[in-house]
Design a protein around this ligand. Structure first.
Ligand code: ADP
Ligand code: MG
Length: 579
């Protein structure tokens, strides 16, 4: 083949792909344009997960009539003139690519009016070409409607998820911007419960209340900022959740750098480091953090979507963020002086009393041998919140509150949370069987028909391998119905449809797991694990404790809660004044 320059329509399609990956990217670009235009009110309306329709309207500066067409030309921008300005970009946009990219893959109509015009301009584009233009009465600002997104880009369409999933991504985008710009009134209308509207009062807590509800807003901590000596040093501001308010994934952490949504692994790492020792494994905080620093110390021109940023001085930014978060946590919640996962959650510590007291062991769990070692060398606070030490052989003494198993070990007393422990046992068993593709199943005499919600059906289709590995034998049966022919041997098969639906729901919640294999194993484990409140026989308790001893990670349930609390013999002696 000879080398040729791509035809403009091919080139613009390719370029569009980088900027507009999915409906949420359209929303992001349009919201950024509104903020760049100085809007104090940004309203976002979407239908059909954004594929049918996205409308973003603002009360910003507007576009002069003779420039509206230009805005849809590639590399046309009002925000940048010379290459040297690239070194200190203060606006969110600068590449002049968003509008042409969006227009290349959808139908767009725009109405815009500046303050000194008495009428607005309306433009309609199809496939990037202008199909209509008129003057009409309009309020100041810009409203852009995007419809039929990706209609002519089947490859892109195929990768879109259900409207509910796309809506939730859009919600994430608008929520993050709303939290980062509390002075701007934001509203999101998805036609579903994910809609919200912020007051635009400038008050961060009120904004949080609008997005996350009053209860979360009340608990959020404002980052305390020590007045910096060096004006050019980076500093962090914003809101973070206290350790007892967490989520199962990172979706509720938003970073901004000088007001720009930033994706940067180092920032996430700094935040998680600051929470280290405060959070259980696989739990994540809620946070909206803005890092402020001189514009020339950041490079935002890394990717067309502009969400990736690079820093000139990584370590300064890391330090500033980590320190600010750490200080905030230290100042506002009791310090976990003893980092025992077996202590009560920090939120429940009685005020004014450090929660180690004499009672909670400073070394979580140790086997008999390690306990002996520990007696010789006083160990440091454990690095990880999940000690990997094995559980010693235990002798079951009895059950408390139909919830905890009381047992004796070589070095004192152990309390086992029966549900957490059984969940751990089941999780490891299910995971092992699934990994070796040898799940035990029970066939049903008659297949059961299950009707799934759209989300459940989508998950069933996209995770069919993992579901089969659990021991389900299912097949699609019409749009959203499934036939269940067999269920995992572990479950009670009286209502196979219900089991299948519950496992799907637990999988979509995920329990904090990243891989679908683990999410699947967790969802079955949590379904079959014995509940708290169930009276167990002595044999059942002994069996459970034996199974727990054999686990790879006996000390925590699959999502990081302790399965066992250990009270050492030496501590008992101290408590009773025998030593
Ligand atoms: P960029 O934001 O990188 O400049 P865009 O393609 O997103 O590129 O927008 C092109 C131009 O259109 C902007 O530079 C701006 O002048 C104008 N524009 C786009 N959206 C708006 C808006 N909501 N209000 C005012 N002007 C806008
Ligand atoms: Mg832009």
């Amino acid at each position: 083949m000879t080398i040729r320059v791509l035809a403009p329509d091919v080139a613009s399609r390719i370029a569009a792909g980088e900027v507009v990956e999915r409906p949420a990217s359209v929303v992001k670009e349009l919201v950024e344009n509104s903020l760049d235009a100085g809007a104090s009110d940004v309203s976002v309306q979407v239908r059909g997960g954004g594929v049918d329709r996205i409308r973003v309207a603002d009360d910003g500066a507007g576009i002069p009539p003779d420039e509206v067409e230009l805005a849809f030309q590639r590399f046309a921008t009002s925000k940048l003139e010379t290459a040297s300005e690239l070194d200190s970009i203060a606006s969110l946009g600068f590449r002049g690519e968003a509008l042409p990219s969006i227009a290349a893959v959808s139908r767009v109509s725009i109405v815009s009016r500046t303050a000194d015009e008495d009428a607005g301009t309306r433009l309609e584009l199809a496939g990037g070409r202008i199909v209509a233009r008129e003057r009409l009465g309009a309020t100041q600002g810009t409203a852009i409607v995007v419809g039929r997104l990706f209609e002519d880009v089947p490859a892109r369409r195929k990768f879109l998820r259900s409207p509910a999933t796309e809506n939730s991504r859009i919600h994430t985008v608008v929520a993050r911007y709303a939290l980062a710009y509390p002075h701007v009134r934001f509203s999101l209308d998805t036609g579903t419960s994910s809609s919200f509207a912020t007051p635009g009062s400038g008050n961060a807590r009120e904004t949080f209340a609008a997005v996350y509800g009053l209860d979360v807003a009340r608990q959020m901590l404002e980052i305390v900022r020590a007045p910096g000596e060096d004006a050019a040093a980076p500093f962090a501001s914003g809101m973070i959740s206290p350790p007892e308010l967490t989520r199962a994934n990172r979706n509720h952490i938003g970073f901004f750098v000088n007001g720009r949504w930033a994706q940067n692994r180092m920032l996430s790492f700094a935040l998680e480091q600051a929470y280290h020792g405060f959070l259980m494994e696989r739990r994540f905080p809620i946070a909206a953090v803005n890092v402020v620093m001189p514009f020339e110390d950041i490079d935002v021109n890394v990717h067309p979507a502009k969400s990736e940023v690079r820093f000139r001085y990584d370590n300064r930014v890391f330090g500033a963020l980590q320190q600010a978060v750490r200080e905030t946590l230290n100042a506002q919640s009791p310090v976990p002086t003893v980092r025992s996962v077996h202590g009560p959650p920090s939120g429940h510590a009685p005020a004014g009393r450090p929660r180690d007291a004499a009672f909670w062991p400073s070394v979580p769990f140790a086997s008999a041998r390690e306990a002996a070692d520990a007696a010789m060398v006083e160990p440091q606070a454990p690095e990880s919140s999940t000690p990997r030490a094995a559980l010693p052989v235990l002798r079951v003494l009895g059950q408390m509150q139909s919830t905890y198993i009381v047992a004796e070990g070589p070095d004192g007393m152990y309390l086992i949370d029966q549900h957490a422990a059984h969940e751990r046992v089941m999780f490891e068993r299910v995971r092992a069987e699934a990994a070796s593709r040898t799940p035990r199943t029970q066939s049903l005499l008659e297949p059961a028909t299950v009707h799934l919600t759209e989300d459940q059906a989508e998950l069933a289709a996209s995770s069919s391998r993992e579901i089969a590995a659990l021991g389900f034998v299912v097949e699609p049966f019409g749009e959203t119905a499934y036939l269940v022919r067999a269920v995992p041997a572990l479950v009670d098969s009286t209502d196979p449809g219900k089991v299948f639906r519950e496992v799907l729901d637990a999988m979509s919640d995920g329990g904090g797991f990243e891989t679908w294999e683990e999410r699947a194993a967790y969802s079955l484990a949590c379904h079959v694990a014995i509940r708290a409140g169930k009276t167990l026989t002595h044999e059942e308790m002994s069996e459970l404790s034996r199974q727990l001893e054999r686990c790879e990670q006996p000390n925590t349930c699959p999502h990081g809660r302790p399965t066992t609390i250990h009270l050492r013999a030496s501590q008992l002696e101290r408590e009773f004044g025998r030593r």
